[in-house]
Design a protein around this ligand. Sequence first.
Ligand SMILES: N[C@@H](CCC(=O)N[C@@H](CS)C(=O)NCC(=O)O)C(=O)O
Length: 220
Amino acid sequence: MPLTIYGCYRSRASRVIWLANELGVPFVHVPVIQAYRLADPSAPGVPLHTRSAEFLAVNPNGHIPSIDDDGFKLHESLAINLYLARKYGGPISPQNAQEEGLAVMWSLWAATECETHALNLQQHLAAFPPEKRKPEVVEAALAALAAPFAVLDRTLADGKGYVMGGRFTVADINVAEVIRYAKPATQLFDANPNVKAWLDACHARQGFKAMWQARDAEAA
Ligand SMILES: N[C@@H](CCC(=O)N[C@@H](CS)C(=O)NCC(=O)O)C(=O)O
C-alpha cells in the first residue's frame, strides 16, 4: 500500500509533502480540510474535513496532517517528517545517533520556542482582516522571537548555511516550515541575514516549489 498523506496543502501537511517530494517517495494525497473553514461542517456534501467521522477514524485528535504508511498511522507533522526521513534514508536523514538527537532537538525547538509566536505574526500582520489584528500581539511575538532568531542565525553561520550536519536535512525542513510563518515580520529577517538567506535557499528547492505550486492551485 502506498504512503497516504492526509491534509490539504494550506495546512501543516505542506511540511510532509515537501519532505516526500525531497525523498522522491510516491504518495496518495487526501486533501482533508480544516473544519473551521466550513460554514457548516455537518451539512450534506461538504468536503472531507477534520471533524468528519471518516477522518477521525484515522486521527482521533482531529488535526491534519496524518499519514497512513501501509497501515501504520502517525500524526504530528514534525514527527511524521522524522519518521519518513528515518525510513527512507539518504543524505536528508540523520546518519548517526548524534544527528538523530540534533534533528529531534531542532524540531522540538521550532515547535516550542518559535511556532506560536511565528503564527501570531502571520495572523496579526497578514492573514487576519485589519480589524482583528492586534499590535500588542505582534510586539510580544517580535520580542519572544528575537533570541531564537539570533540563535538560529549563529547556528547557520557556523553550520555552512544548514541547521545541522553541513548539508540540507529534515531538520532544515522542520525548522523552515515554522520560521516561514514569521515572514511578514521582515525586521526579524533583516536583523538575521543568515536566517533570511537560508529560508530563501530552502524555498528555492524543487521539492518546496512543487509543493507550493500545488498549494497555490488549491482553493483558498
Ligand atoms: N502540532 C500539530 C498541529 C496540527 C494542527 O493543529 N493542524 C491544523 C491545521 S495546520 C488543524 O488540523 N486544524 C483544524 C482543526 O483543528 O480542526 C502538527 O504539527 O501536526
